[in-house]
Ligand binder design. Structure first.
Ligand SMILES: [Zn+2]
Length: 286
């Protein structure tokens, strides 16, 4: 048997996939749709790492599996140029994110394609492009007009290395989750003026929605939604737990801790301080 030689075989097939657009999803087709959504990359100068290989291989396997089952399977690809690693890279390089992304993203293209992931490149998204951010700016403006986005000064966790606020979940044993080495400084509390989203206005509604999403076929299909089902209540749950001065026990006790809270407490009583714009949650995609 001929030895498998990736240098010959893989570029050949990747070239054919690209030419024939075999992974371009036709969202108007009559087939049932499947979106294999994983979070968009925050590009930095370092290129892809093993965390990306894990994230996108998982969604790729799901996308391919569903394609074989007859679904119009869409495996999106995109770049979140406003993620912390991308911003820090631009600051370090002394250029605007626009400039840094223009050189970095093409490098990622090569690496993604070499991985053989079945992404739909025709629908590629990049958040530093005006065609994208004009929409997020519009959404923000609408929220601001309706009093759902507002500025305030609050005591916040602050990482002196990242020069950014941290969400409660990003402070682990008193240190920033990215800078928890023995020589790294502890995270400190600082009064910071910043933007807030008033998500607690919707806390009860969000909780009710989670029950619906968990039992709905759509909830089972969308990876992203599954992630929100796990993560959103954690935010609210932690706020509730802080209010009750309950111990910080983590997600595995979610059911046990959350059920009594659902039953007996109006979540809209809790202040909005747990959700900040800059202190959002990030996972292994860094
Ligand atoms: Zn940090």
């Amino acid at each position: 048997m001929k030895r498998y030689n990736p240098k010959d075989i893989e570029p050949k097939w990747q070239g054919i996939w690209e030419e024939t657009g075999v992974y371009t999803a036709d969202l108007q087709s009559s087939k049932p749709k499947y979106i294999a959504m994983s979070m968009f990359n925050y590009p930095s100068g370092a290129g892809i790492h093993i965390g990306h290989a894990m994230n996108y291989t998982i969604s790729d396997v799901k996308a391919r599996f569903k394609r074989q089952q007859g679904y119009e399977s869409y495996h999106p690809v995109g770049w979140d140029a406003f993620g912390l690693p991308a911003e820090n890279y631009a600051i370090k390089a002394g250029v605007s994110p626009q400039e840094s992304m223009a050189t970095i993203i093409p490098m990622y293209h090569k690496q993604y394609k070499a991985m053989g992931w079945s992404n739909d490149w025709e629908k590629e998204i990049a958040t530093h492009l005006p065609e994208y951010y004009k929409r997020t700016q519009w959404i923000f403006t609408q929220m601001h007009k309706n009093g759902l986005a507002y500025q305030d000064s609050r005591m916040q966790w602050w990482c002196s290395i990242d020069k950014t606020v941290l969400a409660n979940e990003q402070v682990i044993d008193g240190k920033c989750w990215r800078h928890d080495g023995p020589d790294d400084p502890p995270a400190e509390k600082r009064e910071v003026k910043q933007w807030f989203f008033k998500i607690t206005d919707f806390a009860d509604e969000l909780l009710q929605g989670l029950d619906v999403a968990a039992g709905h076929p759509l909830g089972q299909r969308l990876d992203r939604l599954a992630l929100s089902v796990q993560q959103q209540p954690l935010h609210i749950q932690r706020a509730v737990m802080a209010a009750l001065q309950a111990p910080h026990t983590g997600q595995h006790r979610y059911q046990e801790l959350f059920q009594p809270i659902r039953a007996g407490l109006q979540l809209s009583d809790i202040h909005a301080s747990e959700c900040t714009l800059a202190g959002g949650r990030e996972s292994t995609n860094t």
